[in-house]
Each structure stands twice: as structure tokens, then as C-alpha cells.
Design a protein around this ligand. Structure first.
Ligand code: GDP
Ligand code: MG
Ligand code: ZN
Length: 307
């Protein structure tokens, strides 16, 4: 049997077999409207460990079914993309979530999540939550120019229709620091009103949501054809390891200017006639983005030297 890993917890993989809420997936499986999902609690075969493969939530897996509820993961199908933190695979859209405040946004962390999406060739959406707590302009001024950026308030219910639009018929992962409201947004989109506590019968009797802090990655289906990953918040982020010369490609607005520098191999740090530095000085490239670029470039250089 083939299915999708919808949750990984304590050494078990929960594999959903059958119809998906996403019409795209329905088309793919040739199943016009099965809504009966079956989730099996599976161990992974020992062979994965030997081969250094860790099954991820979002993976398409082949399982051997043992009984009504249990099985074994025997094979992981090739991935379209995968991420280290959060540990997910086969994502269409990376929803990098921040809040206006509580917690205060950390632009470098935001830029690292966005860079990870670029590195994995996944589309990214910046979702600024808690608009009820103040103006989001300081964030949208920077990110609106580069990424699809939405301002929402889960509490007030504002911006949610636009968000639904972006998420429909896709598989999206909500990533971002702890406390910004990722689980709240997903609960809202699932139609729940009890933050952190709703149960999603569509997924399974076995995949109940934790009431409090999200501690594991889990895939949910909405009634508007979106598949959503909830993920724990990470304070550190180390998902991207690229060559120094590739760092600029993780910043679309910097990559777009690269051809205008005097030197083809300009690193945009101390070369003369650098279009990127000029733009950072002139404000067309946000200073915080340029700083994130320099930080990540420094790390990539240190990594390259340590080999
Ligand atoms: N003021 C305000 N608080 C929110 C909003 N959305 C979520 N919260 C609160 O923020 C806290 C963290 O939410 P949670 O969904 O657990 O964040 P997560 O760690 O990103 O999953 C909770 O106390 C929520 O009630 C919002 O739009 N406005
Ligand atoms: Mg959460
Ligand atoms: Zn340059």
C-alpha cells in the first residue's frame, strides 16, 4: 500500500492511505473524491537506519499492513524537496510566519527560513500574524517587494480569506519561531475555535492534536483543498548549507542585481562598483536583508574553509 506520512512521533510514523483533501492529490491518484482516510501507525524497517534514511512527514511511503491499525514502512519514494528544520518533505509552499510582536520578529531568522525555501526551490509566503497588536508596516515594507506577503490576525479573523486563497490545492508548511501563531492559524483554517485543542476527524482517530506547544510535525487537511503542516518553532535554523557563491541566489532581490556589479564573481562585500552594496546604501535592498546575506555568506565561507 502507498500513503503519505502525516505525523512522526516517538519512533512511529503515521501513514495516511486513501483520499486526500487536496484536489491536486486526488487528480494524481485518479480518485475523484474518496474522503475516507485510514491512518496506520507504523514502525520503519531497520534498513532505513542502515542506509541513513530518515522518513519525513510529507513523504510518500510504501507500507506493509499488519492489522487494522498497524504497519511497517518499507520504502520511501523519491522526494520533490526536503527540509532539515522543520523536517518535512514534498512541500509546495513554505509559509514563513512571524508576528507583529509577542514575540518581536527577528528578521535574520525570517531571512534564514526564506533562504531555506529558496534552496529547496519551494515557493515562499511571508505571513505576518497578530495584526491586532500593531502595525505590520515595518515588515511589509521590507518583504512585500520580494515575497508574497500577507498580514493577518487570527484573533480578529482578518486576512484569512486571502490566506486561504494562497493555500488552496497546495501542500504548505508553516514555519517560524515559537509563539507567532502557527498552530492558531491552522486551527482557524481547520474551522476550530478552541486554539490548540481541536480534533480533526478527517485525519484520524490516532492523530490527535496536542493541546499546547507543538512538539512534532503534523499534516492536516482543510475542507478547501489545502494540506497544512504544523511544525514546532525553532530558535536556531541550520537548514541551508550552500557554497559561498550560491548564497546570493537565496536572496532573490540580491540575485536580481548581481549582473550589474563590475565583477562577475562579485561577493557584494568589499568589491568596487557593487550594485548590491549601492542598492543597500540607497535603500532599494533593505539593510536587514543585506545584513542577513553577509551573515550567511560568512558562515558559508567558514564552512568551505573547514573542509
Ligand atoms: N493577539 C494575538 N494573539 C494571537 C494571534 N494568533 C495567535 N495568538 C496567540 O499567540 C500565542 C501562540 O500561539 P500558537 O498558535 O501556539 O503559536 P505557535 O507556537 O507559532 O504555534 C497563543 O497564546 C495565541 O492565542 C493573533 O492574531 N493575535
Ligand atoms: Mg504551534
Ligand atoms: Zn556586487
Amino acid at each position: 500500500m502507498r500513503g503519505t506520512i502525516v505525523k512522526a512521533l516517538s519512533g512511529f510514523y503515521y501513514v495516511r492511505i486513501g483520499g486526500s483533501g487536496s484536489s491536486r492529490n486526488r487528480e494524481r491518484s485518479g480518485d475523484p473524491g474518496s474522503s475516507v482516510d485510514c491512518v496506520y501507525q507504523c514502525r520503519a524497517r531497520g534498513i532505513f537506519k542502515k542506509e541513513g534514511i530518515t522518513p519525513l512527514v510529507g513523504d510518500e511511503a510504501v507500507i506493509d499492513i499488519l492489522d487494522e491499525e498497524d504497519g511497517f514502512v518499507t520504502e520511501i519514494l523519491p522526494r520533490r524537496n526536503s527540509f532539515v528544520r522543520p523536517a518535512v518533505a514534498n512541500i509546495d509552499l513554505f509559509v514563513v510566519t512571524v508576528s507583529v510582536r509577542d514575540p518581536e520578529p527577528h528578521t535574520e531568522a525570517l531571512d534564514r527560513f526564506l533562504a531555506a525555501a529558496e534552496a529547496a526551490s519551494a515557493d515562499a509566503l511571508v505571513c505576518v500574524n497578530k495584526a491586532d497588536l500593531g502595525s505590520a508596516d515595518f515588515l511589509t515594507d521590507v518583504y512585500d517587494r520580494i515575497y508574497d506577503t500577507l498580514t493577518v490576525s487570527t484573533l480578529a479573523g482578518s486576512g484569512m480569506d486571502a490566506l486561504k486563497d494562497r493555500l488552496a490545492d497546495k501542500r504548505s508548511a508553516f514555519a517560524g519561531p515559537s509563539g507567532v501563531g502557527k498552530s492558531s492559524i491552522i486551527n482557524f483554517l481547520l474551522g476550530g475555535d478552541d486554539v490548540g485543542g481541536i480534533e480533526t476527524g478527517a485525519i484520524s482517530r490516532k492523530t490527535k492534536r496536542g493541546r499546547h506547544t507543538t512538539r512534532h510535525v503534523e499534516l492536516f487537511e482543510t475542507d478547501f483543498g489545502a494540506e497544512l503542516f504544523d511544525t514546532p518553532g525553532y530558535t536556531s535554523f541550520d537548514g541551508v548549507s550552500v557554497e559561498p557563491a550560491e548564497v546570493a541566489y537565496l536572496f532573490p532581490e540580491i540575485a536580481a542585481l548581481s549582473g550589474k556589479c563590475r565583477f562577475d564573481d562579485c561577493t557584494h562585500t568589499d568589491e568596487p562598483d557593487c550594485a548590491v552594496r549601492d542598492a543597500a546604501r540607497g535603500g532599494e535592498v533593505a539593510e536587514s536583508r543585506y545584513d542577513s546575506y553577509c551573515r550567511m555568506l560568512g558562515e558559508a565561507r567558514a564552512r568551505a574553509e573547514s573542509f
